[in-house]
Ligand binder design. Structure first.
Ligand code: SF4
Ligand code: NI
Ligand code: CU1
Length: 712
């Protein structure tokens, strides 16, 4: 037998033995009926579930899985067979990690790993993955000879937006070198045992179940999905034992190439298992193996600039200067001008500069005024560009931006200020990013920052506020009736191949990130891109929002997978869901209404299902009457399940969501049904999550849904 297959079988057999023993011990200790589940998932043991269809719920379900696992290890000299032994190792790892949760030890207490990644996190990664904002996923494992080397590799991934999952001593090595870690920094420590690698594998596997309409038990389909659609790869550091090699074989079976930093000589497998001993080549080779393309950086700054810094939080004590609406007048505004009114790439600062050696927190007013012009520019694109300021500013290391328009807070950290980051750099960021992303409509751009209080006040009152109001009025007047074009969005097809959103003025994409204006702008920017116009023609049914042209466009976009779709119904040919929806609504039959649940809500709902369980009812581009993913903003739309009676059907929402949408939702209910303070009639988890409790509350409040026609 070759050295390689020898190692794989050695590791796989070791893991199999370990797993069998651990399962028997656990059953002896807790009994076969003991509940066995990972936290916050609707997919049981995801790898076992996806590969075999078996739903592990108790310890007693595990011995059969161990049997399957052992049958995969044939000890035959054939690479395909050896890769199966790798999959067996993955299954063993999944069971061993599961047992840690069963034992109710917080699995990685006193340690830096996060362990199992909950379903809602995976759903939230959908959009950044499809837009290429996260171009790939790296699994970094082992212990490097020099901590510096692995830290540099991880930093390079971070810089490129690639998500790194760390396993083993590399966690401490990378931390010691000062790399910022955490989900928000895209550097995620999973745990120290090699088995923690399963927590990345289940992310890939659940991507298939959530987005890919993968059927449980379809092992071949699973392997095809991960190979073709999950851009992951593995880097190992330091010596590797047979268990690591067996786990690596599992990765290869899933289509993830493995790069090791020791010389494997002729044991290398081209395209799958490769030696790169020079760490300065690790990143490049890894990306090439997976054909991951990273966009060249548009801007040079004294600090890092990457999407990985987007979620960074800067506390007051780390903050050098703050521009915030609570203490000073502020606004940010993108305005279209005639190109000849703009001096391209000009960056002006009007008013006092940030003092250079302040001992205390500096607070200043700020107006960020961006002027753009171009032959193809339209006023409608102003807010589309303006909304990106938030992300771009956040990409700067040591900068935090929250809010928008006249209400925002920007903080620059002491560390980044010391490294030389100034407002002028903010201007460079705006200029470069606008030219990079909107270059096909913007020919010229200049930026002006105002820090003088009186001038900011005047700009806010006389320029910005009237402009915001004008836009709001235009948006409010923009209805599905007032336009003649809708748009498709197929951005999510890289994960959900059969999914297509139809975006209208009153119904934004279910991810919440694509409004009708965004889609319109994207079409202008990229005429053959993900958003294609649909002429609003061929009305079939006004109440349902059914159009022959919409059906045609969706059929074409989904290659015939979906042929009839309505815009306003939850029950009759509802729109499909990919998986990254912000909210899901589902029918609560006994209340004759619907519950709406947001992704962030982890508790129980009156349907007897959590968000995750509700979400697993739909997705992958499949129509599921009675369940539908949608954006937060859609809840207060007059078109929200219009065919079933509209917003009056909403009987339950988590409190946070209800509070968030209250103003707009109450306005809609008032205008459509003459109901005052409608949200007071909607139940939430602080009142009841059980059917009787909810019904009692609805009855007491005289909720309109109780008297409506049957919902289904
Ligand atoms: Fe995906 Fe739909 Fe959002 Fe487009 S609008 S990114 S298809 S969820
Ligand atoms: Ni440790
Ligand atoms: Cu999506």
């Amino acid at each position: 037998m070759s050295v390689l297959t020898d190692l794989i079988y050695g590791g796989a057999n070791a893991v199999a033995g370990l797993t069998e023993g651990a399962v028997n011990d656990a059953i002896a200790k807790y009994g076969a009926d003991k509940k066995a589940a990972f936290p916050d998932t609707a997919y049981f043991c995801p790898t076992i579930y996806a590969a075999t269809g078996v739903k592990v719920k108790t310890l007693g379900d595990l011995p059969a899985c161990v049997g399957v696992l052992k049958s995969l290890i044939t000890n035959q000299e054939d690479l395909g067979q050896a890769l199966n032994a790798g999959l067996a190792t993955a299954v063993g790892a999944e069971i061993l990690e599961l047992l840690k949760y069963v034992a109710e030890e917080k699995p990685y207490e006193n340690d830096s790993g996060i362990g199992f990644v909950p379903d809602p996190v995976i759903r939230s990664l959908g959009v950044p993955l499809v837009t290429g904002d996260i171009p790939g996923v790296a699994v970094v494992l082992g212990k490097a000879d020099k901590a510096e080397d692995v830290a540099n590799v991880v930093r390079d991934y971070q810089d490129k937006g690639i998500m790194s999952f760390l396993i083993g001593d590399v966690i401490e090595q990378v931390a010691q070198q000062g790399v910022k870690m955490g989900l928000e920094f895209r550097v995620v420590p999973l745990g120290h045992d090699v088995t923690a690698v399963i927590h990345v594998v289940t992310v890939a596997v659940r991507a298939g179940l959530i987005f890919g309409n993968l059927q449980p038990g379809d092992l071949a389909g699973l392997l095809k999905y991960t190979k073709e659609r999950v851009p992951a790869f593995v880097n190992t550091f330091g010596a590797i034992d047979n268990v690591v090699v067996a786990a690596g074989a599992g990765a290869i079976a899933l289509g993830f190439p493995v790069v090791v930093d020791i010389d494997l000589g002729e044991n290398q497998v081209p395209g799958a298992l490769v030696s790169v001993c020079d760490h300065s080549e690790t990143v490049k080779t890894s990306l090439e193996l997976r054909s991951i393309k990273v966009k060249a950086k548009a801007v040079q700054l004294p600090v890092g600039f990457a999407a990985a810094f987007e979620g960074e939080i800067i506390r007051k004590k780390e903050c050098y200067v703050e521009f915030d609406s609570d203490h000073n007048p502020t606004c940010e505004l993108v305005t279209m001008l005639e190109p000849d009114e703009i001096e391209d790439h000009q960056i002006l600062i009007e008013g006092p500069a940030v003092p250079e050696d302040a001992q205390e927190l500096v607070r200043l007013p700020l107006a960020t005024m961006v002027y753009v012009g171009g032959k193809k520019m339209q006023k409608d694109f102003e807010p589309v560009i303006e909304r990106k300021i938030h992300a771009w500013f956040n990409y700067m290391e040591g900068v935090m931006h929250t809010g928008q328009r006249n209400l925002f807070r920007i903080r620059i950290s002491k560390e980044s200020f010391e490294r030389g980051l100034r407002l002028k750099d903010f201007g460079e960021v705006l200029y470069s990013m606008i030219m990079d992303e909107f270059g096909s409509v913007v020919d010229k751009c200049c930026v002006k920052f105002i820090t003088d209080k009186a001038t900011v006040e005047k700009t806010l009152e006389e320029v910005a506020m009237p402009r915001y109001r004008f836009r709001d009025d235009r948006l409010a007047a923009m209805t599905d009736e007032s336009v003649d074009t809708f748009y498709t969005c197929i951005l999510c097809q890289s994960f959900a191949p059969a999914h297509c959103c139809v975006v209208t003025p009153e119904r934004l994409g279910l991810c919440g990130a694509v409004s009708w204006l965004d889609a319109k702008a994207t079409y202008q920017l990229a005429p053959t891109g993900p958003n294609q116009p649909i002429p609003k023609e061929g009305l079939i049914d006004e109440r349902l929002g059914a159009y022959t042209e919409v059906n045609k466009a969706v059929a074409e976009a989904t290659h015939g997978a979906v042929t009839d779709v309505t815009l306003y119904s939850l029950v009759e040919n509802p729109m499909t869901s990919c998986g990254c929806f912000e909210c899901i609504c589902g029918i609560m039959p006994e209340a004759n209404g619907v519950v709406v649940v947001n992704r962030e809500y982890a508790g129980m709902t009156p349907t007897g299902m959590t968000f995750g369980e509700l979400a697993s009812m739909t997705g992958g581009g499949v129509q599921t009457p009675g369940f539908m993913g949608h954006g937060r903003h859609f809840i207060s739309s007059k078109k929200f399940i219009y065919a079933e009676g509209g917003v009056e059907r909403i009987v339950w929402m988590p409190k946070e969501l209800k509070d968030d949408v209250a103003d707009r939702l109450n306005k809609t209910a008032k205008e459509m049904a003459g109901i005052d303070n409608f949200t007071d009639m909607i139940c939430d988890e602080t009142i009841a999550t059980d059917s009787e409790g909810v019904l009692a509350f609805l009855t007491e409040k005289g909720h309109p849904a109780l008297a409506m026609d049957p919902v289904m």
